[in-house]
Design a protein around this ligand. Structure first.
Ligand SMILES: [Zn+2]
Length: 122
């Protein structure tokens, strides 16, 4: 059984070998995650990783994602994309607080809450 993250670390980048390892392990989730990393849709803010999806963007902290699938306890591809990007440093880095700049600054947070941007907090 291969560990795709070991392969990824060894290769140091997304190439044919590491892509194949990820996709054979994670299937469609792997394909989506690899595509997001390829397209530079993983961004690292000071507080969160942020993944830009097709219709929205999500933030990921400690393997937990803000998307609906994740909230319902399903594994989404966003967390996987972050793991991949983190392993090979394939992310754009922003010297900004995502929470402050992207979410909490917005006074209309009631609306934000219902549109895939839940205000973080437990
Ligand atoms: Zn997600």
């Amino acid at each position: 059984m291969i560990n795709p993250f070991q392969v990824l670390k060894k290769e140091g980048e997304l190439n044919e070998t590491s892509r194949a390892a990820i996709i054979s392990t994670f299937g469609h989730r792997g394909e989506l995650a690899v595509a997001a990393v390829d397209e530079g849709r993983v961004k690292k803010y000071l507080d969160y990783f942020v993944v830009v999806g097709n219709t929205d963007e999500y933030y990921v902290e400690e393997g937990v994602c803000s998307c609906a699938a994740s909230r319902f306890g399903n594994e989404c591809w966003h967390t996987l994309a972050v793991q991949i990007a983190d392993a090979i440093h394939a992310y754009e880095e922003y010297n900004l607080w995502y929470y402050k700049n992207g979410v909490a600054d917005d006074d209309e947070d009631e609306y934000q809450k219902d549109s895939g941007f839940p205000v973080y907090g437990k």
